[in-house]
Design a protein around this ligand. Sequence first.
Ligand code: 4NP
Length: 137
Amino acid sequence: MKKVMFVCLGNICRSPMGKYILKSLTNDFIIDSAATSTEAVGDPLYYMAKRTLDKHNIPYDNHIAKQLTKDMYDEYDYIIVFEDYNKECVKRLIGDDSKVIKLLPTNIDDPWYTRDFEKAYQDIYDGCKELLLNHVI
Ligand code: 4NP
């Protein structure tokens, strides 16, 4: 099975949302998520991300934020990010960004800062649908 890793800044909002949304759409991949920063390492899924997933009936399990490592980067087939800044951070952290794919052509703004979790959900859902429909993954 191909492996898909969602990567955002903190790993408590967008990347776990991506993981759980894509999991709800397909069983064809091994899916995980990680952060470029250490800001929220060890933290659970942010409560507003949980609330938004609940609203859309997307199941989630115990999530503990972790930072992306070189081993994870090497092991996964696709590294999916949400904005240009995530890609820059992957390049800085890992030294490579050749397998990084931006989920949408536009940036998906960080809901940690915008507080608009519904917009983030809709963008991430649309992006996940596109990944599958367009056979990007
Ligand atoms: P995320 O949002 O990258 O979508 O998980 C953030 C969550 C936490 C922080 C930054 C971004 N933080 O600095 O703690």
